[in-house]
Design a protein around this ligand. Structure first.
Ligand code: NAD
Length: 332
């Protein structure tokens, strides 16, 4: 039976990945430190159905604990490794940059060391559209420059891309680096706009709309994202490049965007939440936040070439599903 290791397994994306892998017949070992960056109860609730599964094992620890991952990898148990554990969020990286250094840089180093010694068949790591930073050529293609990060969060993710490339090159580790674009959906993250807006509107509080709503995001629905991850798990770098490939000239390593390829104005996203809730939002128009970028837009040609599919859930549908989950989960 194929065995996958997923870090950040109690996280928004990690829990959804674990559920999908179990459904597809994998054995899954998940690890998560259950950090209190946001409500730990939500993390426990995501884990509960996974824990009930007899092909799922869970370990609570930090990825950066020296030697911890090495011990877990011993014997080369894992066919697939999906590294999602991270300190996420652009805004919090102004407040507590060290959390990003520890989890993202040191944590990824520990993972790469474990993979070097006990190589999995394919190593998948999460990066972010934020690494495109000040690049204003849209849509963002993987082969475009991504050298001018605007937040420390993005800088640590860019560092993990470089570290993983070096390990792929030096140790022949087949590695795919994802750049995710604003993921949303049921079991989502309370620190992200869709969640915060829904909560505020239901509680009758105004919502903070940054850059006066003149922001465009390539919102990606969680199920589409997970399908993309699973499809890319089978696209092991090493074979001949496809058209527009970001494949490294020296290593079995590529970077792939997973986005929706159709950016949505923040105002339209809010309108979709209002429609799903049947309530109007009171808008608190704010300036742009430091570290943020006004737009993200994924070029998904490479994802299409490698997997034959791209995310396509329309925002109205994805938001309706998110709102339905929110109301049921919180009983409001
Ligand atoms: P999340 O915060 O819900 O999940 C991350 C999980 O990692 C959490 O459960 C947390 O407890 C755990 N974690 C944090 N630090 C850890 C550490 N040092 N050791 C072990 N576990 C630790 O976030 P998510 O949205 O599921 O994001 C998953 C990955 O995708 C992250 O790497 C994130 O940077 C990346 N990403 C997410 C988005 C998005 O829109 N959600 C966009 C771009 C990139």
């Amino acid at each position: 039976m194929r065995h996958a290791f997923v870090t950040g397994a109690a996280g928004f994306i990690g829990a959804a990945c674990c559920a999908r892998l179990l459904e597809a017949g994998w054995r899954v070992t998940g690890l998560d430190a259950m950090t209190d960056y946001y409500d730990v109860t939500l993390k426990e609730a995501r884990l509960a159905p996974l824990r009930a599964h007899d092909r799922f094992d869970f370990v609570q620890d930090y990825v950066e604990t020296p030697g911890r991952l090495r011990g877990m990898f011993a014997g080369g148990r894992f066919d697939l490794v999906i590294h999602l554990a991270a300190q996420a969020g652009v805004r919090y990286s102004l407040e507590n940059p060290r959390a990003y250094l520890d989890s993202n840089v040191t944590g990824t180093f520990e993972l790469l060391e474990a993979a070097r010694e006990f190589p999995p068949g394919h190593l998948l790591l999460a990066s972010t559209s934020s690494v495109y930073g000040a690049n204003d050529k849209m849509p963002y293609a993987e082969t475009d420059r991504a050298d001018h990060q605007m937040s420390f969060y993005a800088a640590t993710k860019k560092a993990t891309e470089a570290m993983a490339h070096a390990y792929a090159h030096l140790h022949g580790l087949p590695t795919t680096m994802f750049r995710f674009f604003t993921v949303y959906g049921p079991w989502g993250r309370p620190d992200m706009a869709p969640f915060k807006f829904t909560r505020a509107i239901l509680e009758g509080r105004p919502i903070d709309v940054y850059n006066h709503g003149r922001m465009r995001r390539d919102f990606t629905y969680i199920d589409d994202l997970v399908e993309g991850i699973l499809a890319l798990a089978d696209a092991v770098p090493g074979a001949a490049p496809v058209a527009g490939d970001s494949l490294s000239p020296v290593a079995p390593f590529r970077v792939v965007n997973i986005g929706n390829a159709s950016p949505v104005e923040l105002g339209d996203f809010i309108a979709a939440i209002e429609a799903a809730l049947g309530r109007k939002a009171e808008r608190n128009l704010m300036e742009m936040q430091p570290g943020d970028v006004p737009a993200t837009w994924a070029d998904t040609a490479l994802l299409q070439a490698l997997t034959g599919k791209v995310p396509g859930t329309p925002v109205t549908e994805g938001v309706a599903r998110f709102v339905a989950w929110y109301r049921e989960y919180y009983g409001v």
